[in-house]
Design a binder for this molecule. Structure first.
Ligand code: HEM
Length: 198
């Protein structure tokens, strides 16, 4: 459907600048995994929000401690996995279509959001969650421990908001192409015409 067969023939995909031409079925399968991973990522963010806001709002310290421990059990690893799958499949879709990776604003913006959100999991979320879970374990053993939510309030607000923006970018595809300047060919020297005395 996509390829024009024949020796030396330029396929439509090649003409559109597609890096990794994929068959229609393969492209749709990757798109399916991409959409599923984005949906799972948002779902995990929502469960993370339920646990963090429960810890914030409940007056019961045992439930706070339980929320922190549940958060440590499921959130960082699953968030990193869904973020990585979404990123890898997104890159395959970009290179396997005329959208590219930095050819359209909406794809480049999604790429940046995906990289930042996924990197923040091991760099910021995971240490914060481990520290809160450690305080919860101390509380459970009867040792003195505070159960404040602190900065853990931000991930369940920032991450789903950014994912919804990325989803809107995927659906509406706004802003068009990035106007990369093409390399200008060197100016051709015009032959010197000897006009003197003409
Ligand atoms: C931030 C996380 C991301 C989310 C939540 C997300 C979400 C989505 C969704 C929901 C679609 C389906 C849109 C539709 O079929 O109408 C989609 C398609 C797509 N995404 Fe992503 N995406 C993300 C990251 C990326 C990345 C990092 C790239 C590439 C660098 C990418 C490139 C694409 C491309 C090329 C399509 C196919 C569009 C089409 O064929 O119509 N996405 N994305």
């Amino acid at each position: 459907m996509f390829a024009v067969r024949g020796a030396g023939a330029v396929t439509r995909l090649e003409r559109d600048g597609v890096r990794w031409p994929l068959g229609a079925r393969t492209y749709k399968s990757v798109l399916l995994v991409h959409i599923a991973s984005a949906g799972a990522w948002l779902g995990i963010d929502i469960v993370m929000g339920v646990l963090v806001f429960t810890a914030l709002l409940t007056p019961d310290d045992r439930i706070k401690a339980l929320s922190f421990q549940a958060l440590e059990l499921f959130a960082p690893r699953t968030l990193f996995a869904t973020g990585a799958v979404c990123l890898i499949t997104g890159v395959v879709l970009g290179l396997g279509s005329r959208y590219g990776l930095v050819r359209y604003w909406w794809v480049a913006a999604k790429l940046a959001l995906n990289v930042v959100l996924t990197a923040l999991v091991p760099l910021a979320l995971s240490p914060g969650v481990s520290e809160a879970a450690e305080r919860a374990r101390r509380f459970v053993t009867g040792a003195p421990a505070t159960l404040a939510v602190g900065d853990l309030i931000f991930p369940p607000i920032v991450s789903p908001a950014a994912l919804l923006v990325a989803m809107a970018l995927a659906v509406f595809k706004p802003w068009g192409r990035i106007p990369w300047k093409r390399a200008q060919p060197p100016p051709t020297r015009r032959p010197q015409l000897d006009t003197e005395g003409a």
